[in-house]
Design a protein around this ligand. Sequence first.
Ligand code: HAM
Length: 415
Amino acid sequence: MYQAPCGTIDILPEEQAYWRYIEQKAAEISQRYGYRRIDTPVFEDTGLFIRGVGEATDIVQKEMYTFEDRGGNKLTLRPEGTAPACRAYLEHGMQNLLQPVKMFYITSLYRYERPQAGRYREFRQFGCEAIGEIDPSLDAEVIDMAWQFFLLLGMSQLLLKINSIGCKNCRPEYTGLIKQYYTQCEPRLCPDCRSRLAKNPLRLLDCKNTSCQQIASSAPKSYEHLCPECATHFEQLQKYVRLLDLPFQVDPCLVRGLDYYTRTVFEIQPEAEGSQSTVGAGGRYDDLIEELGGKPTPGIGFAIGIERIIFNLKKQNTPIPPLPDPAVYIASLGEASREAAVKLSGDLRRRGISLVQAHGNKSLKAQLRQANTLGVRWTVVIGDEEIKTCTVQLRDMTTSRQQTIRMDKLAEILK
Ligand code: HAM
């Protein structure tokens, strides 16, 4: 027997109400903040992610699903949505539109990670990108949008952490300080951190290992080593976020796993669980468009993991509006009445009524039992007598009361 590939899930019919609910709320909040939907291909040129996400990141080093197609093109299933959105921005000349260009996506992503609770190899995100504006009031707006999205979904007890990791002018000096500090602590570092020290020193700060976290707590803080422009940007951002009444913490250990970030970074986590279960994250990427071949153009965005939202909604017992089920069941007895049922069902559906038609040779009792299980409000019964008189029996499943209705009046009555 085949099984779904490791790290993937089937989203079964009974789960779909969550997905529909989240997608509707994502579209609603996007409209409220002026974002329009974009859909990009599921695979892209591998180079886009190597350049965009960064050669030294875990994603590029060990998580990409990369393959060569029959034409010899090197392609990668998208591991994230920001680089594709920036590629589309450049490819479609969006620099000529009113800036910032604001786009959102609801899409599946692929990362060859070690599967565990809340971590999949195929997962879905709701993401937003605002490209073409440097003003920190946009950063505050983007963070506000992510936060309000969770409130709109009915999620609570969340933590909002923000930090500034500087720009290409001030970061090298800070990275040097981190390297220096961690080199002194090297014997106490976990094996992963020892290799990070050479490859990606900033990632040392967000190691989940307890003893590495202790070391990180005394490490130099990026916000104390920002250039004047980045320092002002970060101060203004905090002022705007306060004006929006968002309960944030500045977390000096917050760095992100993708290389394109500059200045503002932020994460939203459930209060109880910590960073392993981050539900949403984002930040600025002011050099990314240039890195991909465009003119220097700033950008900021975030992405929220939909599977993780569903996990939290279930955990908090948040009520989700159910998807509408058919309200009508059509029962029939014998071939002649089956023919009438086929015709009647087609007719009612063409008039917009959703219904379940009985198939197979079940007794009336079994058909009524099925109607009950489906939870329909009405059952229409057609037998020989009804065919002769062009009528049906309409049974109210809540009271079990039955009345004779003319077949040509049925649609109107059901509507
Ligand atoms: P990210 O932090 O890699 O950022 O992912 C964002 C969110 O996607 C995470 O907080 C988490 O909820 C979810 N997520 C990530 N990996 C997995 C996984 N393996 N299984 C389940 N959920 C996962 C980005 O992807 C950036 N592109 C966000 C961004 C947009 N930054 C600026 N614009």
